[in-house]
Design a protein around this ligand. Structure first.
Ligand SMILES: Nc1nc2c(ncn2[C@@H]2O[C@H](COP(=O)(O)OP(=O)(O)OP(=O)(O)O)[C@@H](O)[C@H]2O)c(=O)[nH]1
Ligand SMILES: [Mg+2]
Length: 301
């Protein structure tokens, strides 16, 4: 019998490389939020792949980038702390974008890492086979990789192959997380993330960076004999932006946008928790929170 393996793999790469989408594909459930906006992920999120022969804990990280705010610096620190601690690193490079200075910078950072690095060429469904082949050659030149694996999370191409490769770099070890759970993220954090995800799509420029969400309370509504749809979980949350003008954009004409964001977020929360939810969402301004150590601390960064 082969020995049971367990351990940690970190996904790193520049913003929007497809790290969170890939982690969700490996886990088979939505653990991390995803969006077409850069810097969607703001903390190291663990997703757990449970197999008969192994337990692989994937740690999704924020995109590594040149920081422009204190938040940006903190996010980069999260990535460095994470890849120093794992058994194997997955360096994500999107097939539909040229290898750029940002990737070379990350490659240099990773060359100092203790763990072996697997290069992962993501989003191969977006380009031709020839382009993928050319990209793989360029990736080979970028660093010293133990493996190079092309994948598509959206089409499910080579996702199982990647899991095998990552598992092959784990040490023999015991089950780390019991009961088949897929993440150890607290429920209120996941709920806040789903609200932020709903708010992100459709806003541009620097606004995605300015949005933060905190769940203040999740409470059961009293059973109501007249309403067969009870009980309902009431979620009270605050959505923060940095300026008045941003508040206006999020709310939209006649409150339409906020309503749509609330409806989408509620649907996502109901899917996550498997129960009916009433979402009570308010907007507040937290001036320059991305640059303010005190406010960052309050928000958990
Ligand atoms: N076509 C295609 N699109 C993908 C694939 N993987 C991710 N995407 C898209 O790429 C965008 C970014 O995906 P994310 O998973 O949020 O990227 P990320 O690397 O986690 O981004 P940050 O958290 O901002 O660093 C989203 O719009 C995804 O839908 C893929 O395999 N194929
Ligand atoms: Mg992400």
């Amino acid at each position: 019998m082969t020995e049971f393996r367990s351990g940690f793999a970190a996904f790193v790469g520049r913003p929007n490389a497809g790290k969170s989408t890939l982690m969700n594909a490996l886990v088979g459930e939505k653990v991390a939020i995803m969006s077409s906006r850069p810097q969607t992920t703001r903390r190291a999120i663990r997703g757990i792949v449970n197999r008969d022969d192994a337990q692989l804990v994937v740690v999704d990280t924020p995109g590594l980038h040149r920081p422009r705010t204190l938040l940006g610096e903190r996010l980069n620190d999260v990535v460095r702390e994470t890849f120093a601690e794992v058994d194997v690193i997955g360096f994500c490079l999107p097939a539909d974008e040229k290898i750029g200075p940002g990737d070379k910078w990350i490659a240099r950072e990773l060359s100092e890492a203790r763990a072996p690095v697997v290069a992962i060429v993501t989003k191969v469904d977006k380009v031709s086979r020839d382009r993928v082949a050319a990209h793989l050659m360029e990736v080979q030149e970028l660093g010293d990789f133990v493996d190079i694996v092309p994948v598509s999370s959206v089409e499910g191409i080579q996702v199982d192959v990647l899991t095998d490769v990552l598992v092959s770099h784990l040490p023999a070890g015991p089950v780390l997380y019991r009961d088949g759970e897929v993440t150890d993220e607290p429920e209120d954090v996941m709920v806040a993330e789903l609200i932020r995800e709903a708010a992100l799509e459709g806003v541009r420029d620097e606004l995605p960076h300015s949005i933060a969400v905190m769940v203040e309370e999740m409470v059961e509504r009293e059973q109501d004999a007249d309403d067969p749809r009870t009980p309902v979980l009431i979620v009270r949350a605050q959505l923060y932006v940095e300026r008045d003008s941003q508040k206006g954009i999020i709310i939209g004409k006649g409150g339409e946008r906020l309503k749509a964001v609330g409806a989408e977020a509620r649907a996502g929360i109901e899917r996550l928790l498997g129960r009916r939810v009433y979402l009570d969402l308010h907007i507040k301004i937290a001036k320059e929170w991305q640059r303010d150590p005190k406010q960052l601390g309050r928000m958990g960064f």
